[in-house]
Write a protein that binds this ligand. Structure first.
Ligand code: FES
Ligand SMILES: [Fe+2]
Length: 415
């Protein structure tokens, strides 16, 4: 299909961050530039949790943008990450999602690499009966796996391709770092993983998770059962760069009297609903700050969530201009008691592709993808709730956190 020139040629709309050109959601040219400037650029990308690879040789697979990555623990117990691409002729080196290996051996021609990414073995290196083989001066040291710079905080592993990426703590700023420390404050225990495909551009998802506007409207369940409402105490926070965000609410502070939530004025409030199994909402106070609902993103593509006692990581992997994969990791702590694990397991029904919340998000982000087809010119979305501010606020009737994403995006993409 012939594409009109994308925002790369036409420039960003002159209104700035209150407009987002729809081109960024379906242009192949923009998708390619994102791989180069954003995912291979000065950003920290989520790779996993240290507790997923506790022993030397343990590994898991992930992606930075579209690039396949192996994350492993080497013989000294340090976390390492490499591009999952054999340096011989480019095969995936590892294709099981998780495992334990002393060396990574490629199935194609048996080249092997140690846990630090060094090339250790070449099949038929000296040929057979003095015939064939690699040249004598072939230098293995020059053919190790491409390494990814790695950092960890609270057992969360991030990687970057760029030497220009500042330390994670500087990248995040003190407030965002503080929220990482709040949730990742002691040894974790992973409860499970799942993933699902989204038929839409990855950035529609990152807008969606940063968008407090829709939470109590689209998500009928949240509004009706008082999990998150604008009438609760909370905040929409951005760091100084505005690249990262947090939105949180405190359920116990809710008071809907006199608000749009009262008397069925808001469609998303169904006061006649009740739960056949109210244990779905059994909970305990997880943190002493009273926050019961918290969503934090680290630019570009990971979300940390606390929905009452359902804790998790949602890592978004772009697959193409109009397709993405969301990989979920739900966790609790090593010191959880059985009844706490049970509550976390029950609350897991709130989120995920078959949950009460996330299927609605997946539906609307796909609605956008479908609706922007066939557009005439360079239409743009309107992101103007709360004006053009790109700063923290105590109210959540704002799209400042969405504008923050686009600020980070434009900073890195040069758009
Ligand atoms: S592609 Fe890996 S050994 Fe040939
Ligand atoms: Fe949502």
């Amino acid at each position: 299909m012939d594409r009109k020139p994308s925002a790369i040629e036409t420039g960003w709309p002159e209104e700035g961050l209150t407009r987002v050109p729809y081109d960024v959601f379906d242009s192949g040219e923009i998708f390619e530039r994102e791989q180069e400037r954003l995912f291979r650029g000065p950003t920290w990308n989520y790779l996993g949790l240290e507790c997923e690879i506790p022993e030397p040789g343990d590994y898991k697979l992930n992606f930075i943008g579209t690039t396949p990555i192996i994350v492993c623990r080497n013989g000294e117990g340090e976390v390492r990450a490499f591009v999952n691409r054999c340096t011989h002729r480019g095969s995936l080196l590892c294709f099981r999602n998780r495992g334990n290996e002393k060396v990574f051996t490629c199935v194609y021609h048996n080249w092997s690499f140690d846990l630090d990414g060094n090339l250790k073995g070449i099949a038929f290196r000296r040929g057979v009966n003095g015939q064939g083989g690699m040249p004598k001066d072939f230098d293995e040291e020059k053919h190790g796996l491409e390494a990814v710079r790695v950092t960890t905080r609270g057992g969360v592993v991030f990687g970057t391709f760029s030497d220009d990426t500042p330390d994670l703590e500087e990248y995040l700023g003190p407030q965002m770092t503080g929220f990482i420390d709040r949730m990742f404050n002691r040894p974790l225990r992973v409860m499970g993983h799942y993933s699902h495909r989204l038929r839409n551009n990855w950035k529609l998802v990152m807008e969606n998770v940063r968008d407090p506007y829709h939470a109590s409207i689209l998500h009928l369940f949240f509004g009706s059962f008082g999990l998150s409402r604008h009438t609760m105490e909370g905040a929409a926070l951005l760091d100084d760069s505005a690249w990262h965000h947090i939105v949180y609410t405190k359920r116990a502070t809710d008071d809907i009297s006199g608000s749009e939530y009262e008397g069925g004025k808001l469609k998303s409030m169904k006061s006649n609903l009740s739960l056949a199994d109210p244990t779905l909402l059994d909970e305990w106070q997880e943190f002493d700050d009273g926050i019961t609902n918290m969503v934090q993103t680290v630019f570009p593509a990971v979300t940390f969530q606390q929905i009452t006692n359902c804790l998790g990581v949602r890592h978004l992997v772009p697959k193409g201009p109009d397709e993405a994969e969301m990989i979920w990791t739900l966790f609790g702590y090593e010191d959880d008691e059985d009844w706490q694990r049970e509550i976390r397991r029950t609350q897991a029904n709130l989120v995920g592709p078959a949950g009460l919340i996330s299927l609605e998000d997946g539906a609307v982000t796909n609605f956008v993808q479908r609706a922007i087809r066939g557009r005439e010119g360079h239409e743009a979305s309107v992101v103007e709730l709360g004006g053009d501010a790109v700063e923290s606020s105590a109210n959540r009737v704002t799209e400042a956190t969405v504008r923050g994403f686009w600020k980070g995006y434009r900073d890195v993409m040069g758009l």
